[in-house]
Design a protein around this ligand. Structure first.
Ligand SMILES: [Zn+2]
Length: 381
């Protein structure tokens, strides 16, 4: 079986084609992976597909593997049946037929890459249009929203340039089962944060829909697909991979503090417990701060970065000390693994850099914590 040429053929099928063919629903693209419910055991976001590496992984049922593994998982087939479902029964091919199949597979791959590149470029263009059409944040509901979150004008007299205001931001979700179709759930005021890449170009916008009548100032949007559940009031449009929202970046800074959320990072910015200039950047999401991690048996919480991920975020060369803020999270071990991965990646790319994770717990002075931060190597497993 192992030398069955059909296995190689199965490996040439793009994962994204397979997602379509298997009609897998609810997968969302994050950090170059598709994440969503497991076709085997359900859930919300426990399952991932890496289309580049053509591997799948479920952190609950531990399903992992290639195209054949995905078909086995989704359709409950054994290896032989899954292989047949993918590439048909065993047949003797002439060398010419085999070449032709290879050619077609290569062509399909090229088309898929082309499609992805175009979709990415188009979403970046849309993000830039939104950013450049947005209004100044000063004097807008962005001020009120931040004040509700404890970041008052007294604490932050000058708003960061990376924040703007969009009076009529459209909140859309994909129409299920249809590619490139969207439905609008809400139109209203939003805070817009610019996500910029290493070259300082805007590649995405991070929007927070504002509703000042809510305790946290954020819009509450019921999920039309899941009764009783709500959708996040924040969304990122464009390509955030490798980017950050630069809340502050003093020219003389040699140290950077990065949090996942805008509010967390802004809180650290106004607290500023250091004697030296510090850049405060928001990493947008944990996956972006982590980059792709090494996955496999026993590696889940190890936080080992996959250094072949060339698009992952890396701090600029001037950063000599990097501190990641750990938000409160339902899965602190996994959060920690992701942060460790990002810090280790930074150290691998910037020799001499020192790094730490701080976790401001409830009722604890952020200042004490920041000052007491332990180096990565000393953090317990
Ligand atoms: Zn599973």
């Amino acid at each position: 079986m192992a030398d069955d040429p059909r296995i190689q053929e199965a490996h040439r099928i793009p994962m994204l084609d397979l997602v379509d063919r298997l009609d897998l629903r609810g997968l969302v693209r994050t950090s170059g992976e598709l994440v969503g419910p497991c076709p085997g055991c359900g859930g919300k976001d426990r399952f991932s597909i890496n289309p580049q590496k053509a591997v799948i992984y479920c952190r609950k049922c531990d399903a992992r593997g290639d195209q054949i593994a995905l078909v086995r998982l989704a359709l409950g087939l054994d290896f032989r049946a899954a292989l047949e479902w993918l590439v048909g029964p065993v047949q003797e091919l002439t060398p010419a037929q085999r070449d032709e199949r290879q050619r077609r597979a290569d062509e399909a791959k090229r088309k898929q890459r082309d499609y992805e590149r175009k979709a990415r470029e188009s979403s970046i263009r849309t993000a830039r249009d939104i950013w450049f059409a947005a209004k100044p944040a000063e004097g807008s509901p962005v001020r009120d929203y931040l004040a509700v979150r404890g970041i008052t004008a007294a604490l932050l007299p000058i708003l960061p340039h990376c924040l703007r205001f969009e009076p009529e931001a459209r909140y859309v979700i994909p129409v299920e089962g249809q590619q490139n179709r969207w439905q609008t759930l809400h139109v209203g005021p939003a805070m817009v944060g610019a996500v910029v890449d290493a070259q300082g170009r805007v590649t995405a916008v991070h929007r927070t829909w504002i509703d000042l009548t809510q305790p946290k100032g954020k819009l509450v949007i019921p999920d039309p697909r899941k009764p009783g559940e709500t959708l996040p009031a924040k969304k990122v449009l464009g390509s955030k991979k490798g980017g950050a929202i630069r809340l502050s970046a003093p020219r003389e800074a040699r140290m950077m503090v990065m949090g996942e959320g805008l509010e967390t990072t802004a809180t650290a910015l106004v607290a500023h417990p250091y004697d030296e200039p510090v850049a405060y950047w928001c990493g947008v999401d944990l996956g972006n701060m982590s980059g792709i991690r090494m996955k496999g048996k026993g590696l889940k919480y190890d936080g080992i970065p996959d250094l072949t991920d060339t698009e992952a975020w890396v701090p600029p060369p001037w950063v000599q000390r990097l501190v990641f803020l750990q938000d409160g999270d339902s899965e602190p071990r996994l959060t920690r693994a992701k942060l460790l991965s990002g810090l280790r990646r930074a150290i691998a790319h910037r020799p001499g850099l020192t790094a730490a994770i701080v976790h401001p717990g409830e009722g604890i002075d952020m200042n004490d914590l920041l000052m007491g931060a332990a180096p990565v190597g000393m953090e317990g497993e």
